[in-house]
Design a binder for this molecule. Structure first.
Ligand SMILES: Cc1cc2nc3c(=O)[nH]c(=O)nc-3n(C[C@H](O)[C@H](O)[C@H](O)COP(=O)(O)OP(=O)(O)OC[C@H]3O[C@@H](n4cnc5c(N)ncnc54)[C@H](O)[C@@H]3O)c2cc1C
Ligand code: SF4
Length: 564
């Protein structure tokens, strides 16, 4: 495609937001409701309740959701994670149309690439945890890397604001390193979760709490409370989990100030070189494959970390030959993504009497907050930082019962109460984990793709081992039987919580963004997804992505007022 050809120009907006997921939804809502004219460009299709299938049985599907080989024909990477299944596959990118590359010795599964309004929030796990100063100021505590250019007190009011709107079920625990939030009433714990929580507290002095999760237990803003049907990743007609498509984006559009432009695959930011200002973006209409321009006073990238960085790298100009806003040289570097290949499982015989198919399914489990390398405790000898555990309990038929015939049928009906604990560990930001443009490869829209270079270091390897060992210790303390633990090398590398690559920092020579996610180099260009994370603590990132985004939007509006 020739991007120098004349392209159709649509009217100028105040602000242009790229991406309608967790961050883009909030940016659009905050700015449009304040009266700014917003264009929201989304590469994917519009989402609607008619696409949701949480109540559809597998037998109503063509392949009964049992033919992964069919999915692999178009989505071999996306379908590696179970949320890309026969119900949802066409919400995800076609891996052949929109490829990426990796070095042969560093495979990376870039999954969770959505192409629908709402982005990853359509299928996310909804775990919503605050960061604390143990995270924002971690470098000062242990000497590794850089502190964030903001602290917990700066973000706390925005956590409050976001939580009250999103609706998060949770229990207050009073932990300094996992601050409490504005919770809706907690969902109840299962028997094995209660046993585990009590045992951790009394025997190990650790906490296990209801996973703080964006599922409603009380109605808000016309959204109904959860009715425990289970598969939130297929959508929710009662809007009981948080998905940008039917919350923030819907509010932005309802304000009358936001124009959602779907199927708009943004290629690059357009620059006014003379004044060193962004003037809009060039995008490819995915249906017509034609280039289009949209112009605005301010450009905000919210396309998910790797995608936003790809846009900046593709926006290189003679003034910024190594990528737009990259005078520091740091753009693309310090890619981080959680390790989660250590954990365990155990059974709790006697805790269930009878199991039935089709009963209520609680969509959240329990969470064990980080307990390693906290202030006031002796540091771990082998690694820095820490990990938490997401724990899922299930009560199920004994599907793996041995034998045949009547004996098998009897054993099958023996109910099993089990708990699986999976570690989520912080990965240290390192220069040599990075993305760059792959000069030899383009997607079907003619846009150069990225090459991802990522591998684990010594710190991650030691942490994964402790995730497995500590999982075993905790399950044992809770009296579980048939305990199995694992601590696997995390290769091929993968994650759904990628961050970094356009880090925030006070020093423009060492960072790409200010603490308000404004690029140091181009004052009307912002990146409000997780690209700006200075480090990637073990807590799931999205609550912090959203709180930071709202804070940065408020700064942006002050800037616009100042310059009016
Ligand atoms: C299966 C799964 C489970 C997860 N579980 C959790 C969890 O429990 N807790 C948690 O905190 N986080 C979780 N996450 C991560 C969470 O979903 C992301 O952190 C969050 O959605 C990121 O928000 P974002 O705005 O950066 O990007 P997204 O929400 O991904 O939205 C980006 C949007 O930008 C669009 N886009 C991309 N490129 C372009 C382009 N060039 N032009 C125009 N539009 C573009 C995409 O189509 C997409 O709609 C999970 C993710 C997945 C996939
Ligand atoms: S479990 Fe709750 S939030 Fe999830 S799809 Fe069902 S009703 Fe919606």
């Amino acid at each position: 495609m020739d991007t120098t050809m004349p392209s159709k120009t649509v009217p100028t907006f105040d602000v242009l937001v790229v991406g309608s997921g967790a961050s883009g939804g909030w940016a659009s809502k905050r700015l449009a409701e304040a009266g700014l004219k917003v264009a929201l460009l989304e590469a994917g299709r519009p989402q609607s309740d008619s696409n949701f299938s949480e109540h559809k049985p597998a037998f109503a599907l063509k392949y009964r959701n049992m033919a992964p080989e069919v999915l692999r024909k178009t989505r071999p990477i996306q379908s590696k994670f179970e949320v890309c299944n026969e119900y949802t596959a066409d919400w995800f990118v076609n891996d052949f149309d929109e490829p990426y590359s990796t070095p042969a010795d560093k495979p990376f599964n870039w999954m969770g690439r959505l192409r629908m309004t709402g982005g990853r929030t359509n299928v996310w796990g909804r775990v919503s945890l605050r960061f604390s100063d143990a995270d924002f100021k971690a470098a000062s505590l242990d000497g590794y890397g850089e502190d964030w250019p903001l602290g917990y007190d700066d973000l706390a009011p925005y956590y409050d604001l976001v939580e009250k709107y999103v609706g998060i079920t949770g229990m207050r625990e009073g932990l300094a390193h996992l601050p409490d939030g504005q919770f809706q009433p907690p969902m109840p714990l299962t028997c094995q979760e209660t046993v585990f929580r009590d045992a951790l507290r009394t025997k190990l002095g650790r906490v296990a709490t209801l996973t703080r999760s964006a599922n409603l237990t009380r109605p808000i803003n016309g959204r109904g409370p959860c009715h425990y049907c289970g598969p939130c990743e297929r959508g929710c007609v009662t809007h009981s989990y948080f998905n940008s498509a039917f919350t923030t984006v819907a509010d932005a559009v309802a304000s009358g100030n936001c124009t959602l432009i779907s199927n708009a695959m943004v290629y690059k930011v357009l620059m006014d070189a003379e004044n060193n200002r962004a003037r809009g973006v060039l995008y490819i209409d995915r249906e017509s494959r034609q280039p289009r321009e949209v112009l605005a006073r301010v450009v905000i990238l919210c396309a998910q970390s790797q995608e936003s960085v790809r846009i900046l790298l593709n926006s290189a100009t003679p003034q910024y030959p190594n990528g737009l806003a990259n005078s520091s040289g740091g753009l693309g570097h310090y890619l981080t993504a959680h390790v989660r290949s250590g954990g365990g499982s155990g059974e709790f015989p006697g805790l269930v009497r009878k199991h039935t198919l089709g009963g209520p399914v609680k969509p959240v489990g329990i969470y064990v907050p980080r307990f390693r390398n906290l202030r006031g405790a002796p540091p771990h000898k082998k690694f820095l930082r820490g990990f938490g555990y997401e724990c899922e309990s299930s009560t199920d038929f004994n599907w793996s019962a041995p034998g045949f015939g009547a004996a098998y049928k009897k054993a099958l009906r023996e109910p099993q109460a089990s708990l699986e604990v999976t570690g989520f560990g912080e990965v240290l930001p390192r220069w040599d984990n990075f993305v760059e443009l792959d000069a030899a490869k383009k997607d079907i829209y003619g846009i150069p793709v990225i090459k991802i270079h990522m591998s684990d270091g010594e710190n991650e390897r030691a942490m994964i081992q402790d995730m497995g060992d500590s999982a075993g210790e905790m399950l044992e303390a809770a009296g579980a039987k048939n305990i199995r633990t694992y601590a696997n090398p995390s290769a091929p590398r993968w994650a759904l919580h990628e961050a970094g690559m356009a880090r925030m920092g006070a020093d423009a020579k060492k960072s790409v963004l200010t603490q308000f996610q404004q690029t140091h180099d181009v004052k009307n260009l912002y990146v409000m997804d997780a690209s700006g994370f200075t480090s990637n603590p073990c807590q799931n990132p999205t609550l912090t992505i959203m709180a930071l985004c709202v804070r940065s939007c408020d700064f942006l509006m002050d800037e616009l007022k100042r310059s009016a």
